[in-house]
Design a protein around this ligand. Structure first.
Ligand code: V47
Length: 383
């Protein structure tokens, strides 16, 4: 960044004192695609307000003032996991202290507990349990659908799908098909971490690699299952690794159009094997949202997950490129095991207040971004 000169492309009131942003701004304002080098430049620009202005411009072009949220509940059926990911404080080895696995009835009771507001989504992810059969997970989904037929089931990451397939001696498409038949409506975006091998070997050596994650997503989309995508940042990755991750997602999205939302996840180091790494700062969190919005030109939504970012940073993110802050969640475990100090859930009314005070218009959505209208504790989805 140059501090002595002021560079102002002549369009739409955009201003910056970083000359490197000039040509990027021109292309963003013309709706043109950004390159790998642009992405690195955006991470390194000293003018965060200009980067945010551009991201906000794109966000408002796509969504105006709307800010999406949903009323959801997380269910983590087990924390027993065969992988020993250094990034994770949630998973435990079988037989270790603090492990749990829900009996099906317990999972159904968990689904029913929480706020009286009717949830529109169950978000289900868990550890890679060495003994639980695939049928346990399918019975879980079927049982939830029987008990809560109106609730969308967003379940199992690409990593879990690959694990189910391997253990059950099925192909990935067979596994996905059976999930669909059991009642899985879409899939969450977890397990993507950072695709670059060098980083993956350090933070999650035992998971499927980046190429396998992307291929599994491709297969899910081809079978009609939409999914989200995430990226874990703020550990041992560099700017190039982040840009590579985003552009590999963009490439799959060009082919399938199956990703709904991108969610950058800030690394929480407490109680992990990487606890020497400091937490991300608000500035990186905000920049990550903005760069994601600018590079992922074929993603409709960028989510500032309030549980992970804190409600205050998520609120600011609604002016730096994000259009979604996720939901009520009710009982978050993965971040709280890793030291998150945010509440484990939030009421609908508090989400609405956060959004309104950010100067945005709250829009309650279902998982597929359709409008939800409510009366008391029931809801209707506009189709
Ligand atoms: O895959 C695990 C991350 C993910 C830590 O799709 C950690 O709507 C930070 O994917 N510090 C699970 N992150 C959560 C997830 C998610 C969350 C909200 C919404 C959606 C969605 C998906 O959490 C994991 C991993 O990337 N994670 N441990 C940690 N110590």
């Amino acid at each position: 960044m140059s501090s002595s000169s002021t560079f102002s492309p002549p369009r739409h009131g955009f201003q910056t004192d970083d000359p490197a942003l000039g040509s990027i701004a021109e292309r963003v304002l013309h709706g043109e695609r950004l390159t790998f080098e642009d992405g690195v430049q955006l991470y390194r620009s000293g003018d965060i307000l200009a980067v945010g202005w551009l991201a906000n411009h794109v966000r408002e072009r796509l969504h105006g003032d709307l800010a999406y949220f949903n009323v959801n509940r997380h269910i983590n059926p087990t924390n027993v996991c065969v992988a020993s990911c250094r990034l994770c404080a949630f998973g435990r080895k079988k037989g270790d202290a603090g492990t749990y696995t829900m009996a099906l009835e317990e999972a159904f009771a968990t689904a029913a507990s929480g706020y009286t507001e009717a949830v529109t989504e169950f978000h289900i992810v868990g550890g890679l349990h060495p003994d639980l059969p695939f049928s346990y997970f399918m019975d879980l989904v079927q049982g939830l659908k029987q008990r809560f037929p109106k609730v969308h089931v967003k379940a199992f990451t690409m990593v879990e799908v690959a694990f189910f397939a391997k253990r059950g001696k099925m192909t990935i498409p067979e596994t996905l098909q059976r999930m669909k038949e059991a009642g899985v409506d879409s899939m969450p975006g977890g397990g993507a971490e950072i695709f670059a091998d060098r980083v993956r070997h350090i933070i999650c050596d035992h998971k499927i690699d980046g190429g396998e994650w992307l291929e599994t997503a491709r297969m899910a989309h081809k079978l009609g299952l939409r999914s989200n995508a995430t990226m874990l940042y703020g550990h041992v990755e560099n700017d190039e690794d982040r840009v590579d991750h985003l552009l590999r997602l963009r490439e799959v999205q060009d082919d399938t159009g199956g990703f709904q939302t991108f969610i950058p996840l800030a690394f929480h180091p407490d109680h992990t094997a990487l606890d020497h790494i400091p937490r991300t700062t608000g500035m990186l969190d905000i920049r990550q949202i903005a760069v994601s919005r600018l590079l992922l030109d074929n993603f409709s939504h960028i989510k500032a997950y309030w549980q992970m970012m804190t409600p205050k940073i998520a609120q600011i993110a609604l002016r730096f490129g994000a259009d979604d802050i996720d939901g009520t969640v009710i009982e978050e475990k993965i971040y709280h095991d890793a030291g998150a100090t945010t509440p484990q859930g939030m009421r609908r009314s508090d989400l609405v207040r956060l959004i309104t005070e950010a100067g945005r218009q709250p829009f309650e959505r279902d998982t597929l971004y359709r409008a939800v209208t409510r009366s008391e504790d029931t809801f209707t989805v506009a189709v």
